[in-house]
Design a protein around this ligand. Structure first.
Ligand code: ZN
Length: 67
């Protein structure tokens, strides 16, 4: 049973640390409304400091551990 507003699939972090400058990168991709993020999907992040774009492939290790 699915709750309203809950997206199935993997939950991934909205921010990651930039490999180049250590700045904060923001998630640019949005999950499929039906399937959510799935392993093997490519998501894009953009760094707020150096404006580099990072494409990250989702796998089981790349999930938000949550609070
Ligand atoms: Zn950066």
């Amino acid at each position: 049973m699915r709750h309203a507003g809950e997206v199935p699939g993997l939950k991934i972090p909205e921010n990651i640390v930039c490999v180049d400058c250590g700045g904060r990168c923001h998630l640019q991709s949005y999950p499929d409304p039906d399937e959510g993020f799935m392993p093997g999907d490519i998501v894009a992040y953009r760094c707020e400091d150096c404006l580099d774009r990072w494409d990250v492939e989702i796998d089981e290790d790349f999930v938000d551990p949550g609070p």
